[in-house]
Design a protein around this ligand. Structure first.
Ligand code: 5GP
Length: 254
């Protein structure tokens, strides 16, 4: 069998041509970067865990009627997805102050926000993904007002659902980043959720201890990064506890 054609390599994933027209294979790497590539490393097993975690969350979202690019998981590191035209925006939804919001506005990390806040960043590495407003987005043609309406309403539904799902397993969904794409079927276009949802692009804190269970452990050199991702997978019920014997509870990570 010939090698599949690689279409794109990002910081954490590779996209290959899929088996059918209109499909792609998304491969999850163990590579991790932070600070727009300034810090680089490998989190052993991350790709396998993110593949499973993202599959699980995309399937749960599909069940409540959120359209996604996900078709099915193929193996430990790959999933089959629909090819979409990626909208060049990172949509961040925040429930609790942390990260760049705390830094920029001086709001103490951990402060619960009065309501979820949506922010947009222009996906552009050389510009370091600058924050933009709806006016920029429509003026420069990255998305039209109607696309943005869909993006906001999908983001809010996803946030409501994921907050409930995570709190049910003792995790606070502090904030997360989504990407959306345009899926063309004949002449019809739908906005669908793309990329991944995993501890790489969510802040997930233990609801009791506020212990970080996400990529901030890598960004801030806190250690036990892989264990944190395993803990999330285990609580979601997608990693048998037996394979995680070295990680009995969140307290060992402090
Ligand atoms: P912040 O703006 O506070 O740095 O990030 C907000 C949320 O979006 C965090 O959950 C963070 O993981 C996610 N996020 C923002 N930008 C990126 C990005 O370029 N890559 C990834 N993986 N996540 C991001």
């Amino acid at each position: 069998m010939g090698r599949r054609r690689q279409l794109y390599e990002g910081k954490a994933k590779i996209l290959f041509e899929g088996p059918e027209p209109g499909t792609l294979v998304q491969y999850f790497k163990d590579d991790a970067t932070a600070g727009n590539g300034a810090k680089k490393g490998v989190i052993t097993g991350k790709g396998v865990l993110n593949n499973r975690i993202s599959e699980h969350l995309m399937l749960r979202l599909h069940e409540i009627g959120i359209p996604t690019h996900f078709i099915r998981r193929l193996n430990m590191r790959e999933q089959l997805i629909r090819e979409v035209e990626i909208i060049p925006l990172e949509v961040v939804i925040r429930n609790v102050a942390a990260g760049s919001l705390s830094k920029r506005l001086g709001i103490k990390e951990g402060t619960r926000l009065p309501h979820p806040i949506v922010e947009y960043y222009y996906k552009n590495d050389s510009l370091h993904d600058p924050m933009v407003s709806e006016e920029h987005i429509t003026a420069f043609g990255w998305a039209c007002a109607h696309d943005l309406e869909d993006i906001v309403s999908l983001s809010m539904r996803i946030n409501d659902f994921l907050c409930g799902l995570f709190i049910g397993i003792g995790i606070t969904l502090v904030d997360f980043k989504l990407e959306f794409g345009r899926l063309w079927e004949n002449d019809n276009m739908r906005i669908v959720l793309a990329d991944e949802i995993s501890p790489d692009n969510c802040r997930l804190w233990d609801a009791k201890t506020s212990q970080k269970l996400d990529k901030d452990r890598f960004r801030q050199d806190m250690g036990k990064v892989e264990e944190a991702y395993q803990e999330v997978a285990m609580r979601l019920g997608i990693l048998p506890e037996a394979t995680n014997s070295d990680m009995k509870g969140p307290e060992v990570m402090q």
